[in-house]
Design a protein. Sequence first.
Length: 213
Amino acid sequence: MKILQQKNLFLRCRPLLCLLTLSFSLLAGISGNTFGMKINSEQLLIREDSLIKTIQAPDTLLHFSFQPIVIEAEYPFKGQRQEKKYRQLYLDIQRTWPLARIVSNEVKMVNLQLDSVYLTKSEKKAYLKWYEKHTFNTYIDTLRSLNMRQVKLFVKLIYRETGSSPFDLVKKYRGRFDAFVWQLSANVLLVNLKKEYDPEEDLLIEDIITKLY
């Protein structure tokens, strides 16, 4: 009885085995040495769409190379409250992290321009004035769409991506007085432009960014 069940199982699986064998054979015929095949003098006939193709048969097994797959465990939540915070943070990072990356790229571009193109003090001042207006018109609508929770996260992510806080960036390009005024204005909204990013302190944020990007 057991032998009969095994035979029935083989008969049911036989079409699938044949299909897999044919697929691998066709791939070998199309790709040549792509899969690391060793060619000898034997001949192999493959029927494809009623046509006979003759290719060299390999002595050895086919070798396939695939990209490594990283399997990560879920974050070990301490409770439902932390899990809910994580889910919300996940959505907020999807909104703000791409913006922080834009800031990082823009800072690199500005520094390159100031170091290689606009060399005099007057040229630098004119360029920064133009650039401030340009970025304001480009990104102001997007930034206005962020809520306060996302703005605070955005400040942290700017530090993560640039290595400088928004306060330090304003002080570098606009001066100490403007940075002080901007900080006072942000304080009214309970936002600290001097806020830094700490991967150990901000474990949830780091975990989400690592998994997302």
